[in-house]
Write a protein that binds this ligand. Structure first.
Ligand code: TYD
Length: 209
């Protein structure tokens, strides 16, 4: 039996990482996964060894090594190609479950809607990179940009997190449009951590049982 593929996505500061940590503990004991399946928790960018090097190039770079918008797109695509080929697809073929912090939606939202790169080109790139692999469930955690900014204030922001307000508004609007186009599940990520965890558990039960 083939495994399942679940993705959490959203703007920076939406609480994905906290909820991934919760689901990583909850899912294996939830009764949803077959006894023989393992849970693989992973992320983009940086879900592979090569990807961790790419992540450094993308997010923590010297001022004179800043990638152009197109180079940035292709680095995220390279990270994802390695991730799909060496982690996600093999796990699903083994019958394991994969939980990923971000996937293709992030590229359309950040590089497409945020940077203004051609979205058709990004979608074509997506089909090369994923070879048609699609998540069984994508959950978009929605927070207003002001809340995301507030949650990140006082923290060390990486290159993308340091973008201006208007960029994050375009990214957030992009995520909302993608959720409509691709029938993703949306959850209000302004609720308490515990409430959001409960809603995620319910969503997974309804979708994957
Ligand atoms: P992430 O690891 O979620 O951020 P954090 O380190 O704060 O948990 O993602 C790193 C950044 O990369 C984030 O600002 C979003 C950006 N990103 C893109 O711009 N395009 C993409 O395709 C992906 C996967 C991430």
């Amino acid at each position: 039996m083939s495994g399942r593929f679940i993705v959490l996505d959203g703007i920076d500061g939406c609480g994905k990482s906290t909820q991934i940590r919760h689901l990583a503990k909850w899912l294996p004991n939830s009764g949803l996964m077959p006894a023989t399946a393992r849970l693989v928790c992973t992320c983009e960018p940086g879900g592979t060894l090569l990807g961790r090097s790419i992540r450094k190039l993308l997010l923590h770079n010297e001022a004179d090594h800043i990638p152009s918008a197109k180079a940035e797109l292709l680095l995220y695509a390279a990270d994802r190609a390695q991730h799909v080929d060496t982690v996600i697809s093999p796990a699903i073929r083994r019958g394991d479950w994969v939980l990923s912090d971000r996937f293709v939606g992030s590229t359309l939202a950040y590089q497409g809607y945020g940077r203004g790169l051609d979205r058709e080109l990004i979608t074509n790139l997506e089909s090369i990179v994923t070879s048609g692999l699609e998540p069984d469930l994508t959950v978009l955690l929605m927070v207003p940009v002001a809340v995301s900014m507030q949650r990140r204030s006082g923290k060390q922001n990486d290159r993308i997190e340091s973008e201006e307000n208007a960029f994050f508004h375009r990214v957030a609007d992009g995520f909302a449009a993608l959720a409509d186009q691709r029938s993703w599940c949306r959850l209000n990520a302004q609720s308490s951590i515990a409430q959001l965890s409960k809603e995620l558990e319910q969503t997974l039960r309804q979708t994957l049982q």
